[in-house]
Design a binder for this molecule. Structure first.
Ligand SMILES: [Zn+2]
Ligand SMILES: [Zn+2]
Length: 95
């Protein structure tokens, strides 16, 4: 399965989820979390931050998200975490 970066219509395609996340973290500008103001890498890590640090209700309020948005993001997180080696990912992002 190919992974496509969808930040701002980027469209870059990667063979694995780790490469896509590293790309999102290094090639794209970081964004401020609308809930707490922490600056986090865009893409997967921004989603993970929001969904692990904040409640769904806070996310919906801050981003004006629909329940479909929430479902889509939860699905994406599960998908990445089921295929990506999160330890490898952590090591690569640490460098
Ligand atoms: Zn990209
Ligand atoms: Zn936050």
């Amino acid at each position: 399965m190919a992974w496509e970066c969808d930040i701002g219509g980027c469209g870059a395609v990667f063979e694995d989820a780790e490469s896509a996340v590293v790309h999102q973290t290094t090639e794209h500008e970081r964004r401020e979390c609308k809930v707490c103001g922490t600056v986090v890498p865009d893409g997967y890590l921004a989603i993970r931050h929001t969904f692990t640090e904040h409640s769904r209700a806070e996310y919906v309020r801050a981003y004006g998200a629909s329940s479909e948005d929430v479902r889509n993001r939860e699905q994406l997180l599960e998908e990445i975490e089921s295929v990506a080696d999160t330890q490898t990912l952590a090591d690569e992002l640490d460098q």
